[in-house]
Design a binder for this molecule. Sequence first.
Ligand code: SF4
Ligand code: SF4
Length: 300
Amino acid sequence: MIEYYSMKEITILSGKGGTGKTSVTAAFASIAEHAIFCDGDVDAPDLHLILAPEIKETHPFPGGRKASINPELCTDCGLCRDYCRFDAIHQDISGRYYIHPVQCEGCRLCERICPVGAISSEQSMNNFWFVSDTRFGKLVHANMQAGEENSGKLVTTVRNHARELAKAEGYRFIITDGPPGIGCPAIASITGSKAVLMIVEPTRSGMHDAIRLAELVKGFNIPIFSIINKYDVNEEVAAEIESWLHSDNIILLGKIPFNEVVVKAMIEKKSVIEFDPDSELSYILRSSWTKLVSELENGQ
Ligand code: SF4
Ligand code: SF4
């Protein structure tokens, strides 16, 4: 049994969505041994599309508060709308007031100012996290409703549970498909990781986003690695990214060329390595994983 102390938690991130983060996570999932997987992109999860989880456990997760108006009590005075600074209160075509649940931030001000006590709020219980079996191992993932808050807390919940499982069952790796960007969910997915793998696309905005992400990760004193995806779409910018990575001591694990195999594999709900194991892409991804593991083990 592998001891917990040797467990490595790797978070795969990108400065923005759509850079191929999930395809890389799924490829690593298909070759990593003794690994458990996490989908930390709770606002827009898509790892399940490839890993096809069979849900074994479902747990509710309390979201933010949402206010609503009792039409029986409301006198349509409009005071609540005037005070709501999130513009969440509207009138329908008959002039009745209602609160849009996605726009409501749950501040409860309207509850306090309504002269007839027509407004109340409740904590949303529409969010869930799951523990599932997949053909590669266990997946801990979640489903956050649109307009909900607390996605950072949900990411932390999912990761904490993955850690508990890893500890109890002796996994060697936790591989997390993290959320894009540098907001609260990304911060929640970086905290406590042993390494961050950053997926970068060769565009000016992609490079800018990656620099901001790298600055964020450095603040946590965690080693950063990188993969440049679709590098041949703009080799000039890819070369600039490579030079920046080098000067910033960020190890480049691999450069992936554009290849329609990625989309074909996604359509078939397979990782690239499962779909076309002998392709150049599969070779690069396998070699990137091997390098990453070797760097982490040597750096221990
Ligand atoms: S403040 Fe109260 S009574 Fe006035 S519109 Fe809003 S809910 Fe209705
Ligand atoms: S709870 Fe706050 S955000 Fe929601 S409708 Fe009332 S005043 Fe607006």
